[in-house]
Design a protein around this ligand. Structure first.
Ligand code: ADP
Ligand code: MG
Length: 646
């Protein structure tokens, strides 16, 4: 975190601590407690919605489970705050796992449906299991007591503030660690994540359980704040409200979660007080008009772009003065505000503010400060050697058949890859080369056939476990983690080097620091290896196409593979870049890494491959040294003749 961020966070905490003194109104103190509790929940929800990119409609139910864990433990056993709160975290995490394990096998709308069903079931259970939960009558709980001291509303505000700051701290640490990178990566490209050994399913469940645990904490705190809980609170509307808060506040920011909580708690108040509404609507209109005039004057926006927001905010302010009663129009205004945010501020309010700040930030402040100069030569890591000790085959694929409907993309293909060799795989478009790679890396399960890698059966294994065995790959259609920087992309490939636990992450233990430093050093060296050291802090999506391909190779090498699969690495590269690529492949081979190379540039294939296999219509039509293959009648007819003509 930058110094500016730390200072603003400290200022915000100090201000929050002073609020009850500045504004000693019990009603507002209670509202702020609710804001704090919702903010805690939203910090967790943002892990699932913002980072992993899945919609959960079950978070109100998880919140309810946390609340009821406290309520029931207190009602049935008179358990103390110090016991009930950890219990609500643990119980809700457990329910989160029960929900996530089956639910995260499905995606998108299906996941939304499953979580929605979960929410409904939980609400029914709380209602029906009267002997545990006291059913629809609800439960009464008093604020906690410490050594005969009864906690007051203001005291409780400070308890929630401490919990909020602790949650912020923990969530921030997690999201900036290799775990957070895994969450972001699986969102950007699930297929590449799996192939880098970061199991998409595993980390989705991880994120969901974390998020549930945090919802449990929020729920538990809520029970003591309200002092009464009943099943109807944790309904569908609350779930939607939470999602809106994340979207309005802004995904992937901690401040967005806090802002989102403020909005959803304060909005009903604003929309019930016409005077307050008029002031705020006028304020928004003035700010929008001022910004638009400025943006027009500096030619950053066109008249067409600013017209609608300006008109809409003015209309909102004017309508405030025309109405004499706001309560009838609450839902309309709320709906209009949501539409406005979704259309004009797709990254939420914090995302919008951030984009402005970034525009006017002095050039010398970088977003991700990464120091790449590591003077001490002895510590510079390079691609490790894989000495080819025994001769023989690193990989043997037997009778691989892969069927798509009626089409046999691969028909009983055998492939033997000698240790330490560069093995070419060529053939016309649609002949099954990429399909072969997808079968070898576990993306497709072959209809028939066996694959042995290092004398181990890997047929039917998951992509992430195959990656763990030491097979790394690049993709024909580049699959980078677009929103992450170049070095972060490589760090995802180094995920397997992070052995430390969640506790290490939260407390930044020496072990965590050591592994992190080692990984950054390795990532920096790998970028150097592919000639991208200068672009380490550039977002992957902003790199030129050729550089993206090189970055994919660096990321694949980060896996420390003994077999590297390259799917058309020279596609879209300029002639000098292709030369560099060839030198790089030779260097990789020099380290004892075996390579399978799919390539259309015949000069590349002929000059660096030891052996070449030719596919046509899913069948192997030839195999041998480049010279043998080049003079093969069948190959000339099926492929080389065609490409020579073209
Ligand atoms: P190559 O990489 O050699 O150009 P591919 O392996 O991509 O060829 O494709 C081989 C054949 O399999 C093509 O006819 C292609 O349309 C088909 N194919 C590949 N993947 C799929 C898929 N996921 N679903 C259906 N057909 C596919
Ligand atoms: Mg292909």
């Amino acid at each position: 975190m930058s110094a500016a961020k730390i200072i603003s966070a400290i200022l915000a905490i100090v201000l929050a601590a002073l609020l009850p003194t500045i504004w000693p109104n019990p009603y507002y103190i209670h509202l702020m407690v609710v804001i704090g509790i919702y903010a805690i929940l939203l910090l967790g929800l943002d892990i699932v919605v913002g980072y992993v990119g899945e919609v959960s409609l079950g978070h109100a139910a998880l919140f309810g489970i946390g609340a009821y864990t406290v309520g029931v433990l207190n009602w049935q056993f008179g358990a103390h705050f110090l016991l009930t709160i950890p219990a609500s975290i643990a119980v809700t995490a457990l329910f989160g796992a029960i929900l996530a394990l089956p639910a995260l096998r499905v995606n998108g709308p299906y996941l939304a449906m499953v979580t929605l069903a979960f929410g409904t079931i939980i609400q029914i259970l709380i209602n029906e299991m009267t002997f545990v939960t006291n059913g629809p009558l609800g439960l009464k709980i008093r604020k906690p007591v410490f050594f005969d001291y009864h906690v007051t509303g203001t005291d409780y505000y400070y308890i929630v503030l401490v919990a909020l700051v602790a949650t912020l701290f923990v969530v921030q640490r997690i999201l900036k660690s290799h775990l957070g990178r895994a969450f972001e990566a699986l969102h950007d490209s699930p297929i590449a994540s799996d192939c880098m050994g970061v199991s998409v399913y595993g980390y989705k469940v991880y994120a969901f359980v974390l998020s549930a645990a945090i919802a449990g904490l929020a729920g538990g705190l809520f029970t003591y704040s309200e002092e009464y809980i009943s099943p109807n609170t944790y309904n569908f509307e609350l779930t939607i409200l939470f999602l809106l808060a994340v979207i309005m506040g802004g995904r992937k920011t901690r401040s967005g979660s806090v802002l989102g909580a403020i909005i959803i708690v304060m909005l009903p108040n604003v929309l019930s007080d016409i005077e307050l509404f008029r002031k705020i609507a006028t304020g928004i209109a003035v700010v929008t008009v001022a910004y638009s005039v400025y943006a027009l004057a500096t030619r950053q926006r066109t008249l067409k772009q600013v017209a609608l927001p300006v008109l809409a905010t003015i209309a909102l302010a004017v309508s405030g003065y025309m109405m004499d009663n706001i309560t009838d129009h609450r839902l309309t205004i709320f709906g209009a505000m949501i539409l406005f945010v979704v259309y004009y501020l797709p990254n939420g309010l914090m995302g919008f503010l951030r984009s402005i700040v970034q525009k006017y930030r002095p050039q010398w402040i970088h977003r991700h400060e990464v120091i790449l100069e590591h003077g001490d030569k002895h510590h510079v890591w390079s691609v490790p050697d894989h000495p080819v000790t025994a001769r023989g085959h690193l990989l043997e694929a037997r009778n691989i058949t892969m069927q798509f409907g009626g089409l046999k993309a691969l028909n009983e293909v055998n492939l033997d890859i000698a240790k330490g060799s560069v093995h070419g795989l060529i053939g016309p478009n649609g002949s099954g080369k990429s399909t072969m790679m997808n079968v070898l890396t576990g993306i497709y399960k072959p209809a028939a056939g066996e694959i042995e890698f290092n004398r181990k059966h890997i047929t039917g294994a998951t992509p992430s476990s195959i990656a763990g065995e030491g097979i790394a790959r690049t993709f024909q259609n580049v699959q980078l983690f677009g929103e992450m920087t170049a070095i972060e992309n490589v760090l995802v490939g180094l995920h397997h080097t992070f052995k430390h636990s969640l506790i290490d992450v939260v407390f930044h233990t020496p072990r965590c620091k050591k592994e992190k430093n080692a990984a950054y050093l390795r990532a920096a060296s790998l970028l150097q290896f592919v000639g991208l050291a200068d672009l380490a802090n550039e977002e992957a999506r902003n790199l030129p196409y050729g550089k993206q391909r090189l970055l994919e190779i660096a990321r694949a090498l980060a896996l420390n593979p003994s077999l590297l699969l390259l799917d058309e690495p020279a596609a879209g590269l300029t002639a000098p870049d292709i030369k560099e690529l060839m030198a790089m492949i030779n260097k990789v081979r020099g380290h004892g890494i075996t390579v399978i190379l799919i390539e259309h540039h015949m000069d590349v294939v002929m000059s660096i491959c030891d052996k070449v296999t030719v596919l046509d219509f899913g069948q192997k039509i030839a195999e041998g040294t480049p010279a043998q293959v080049q003079s093969d009648e069948k190959v000339i007819e099926a492929y080389l003749g065609g490409s020579a003509a073209a």
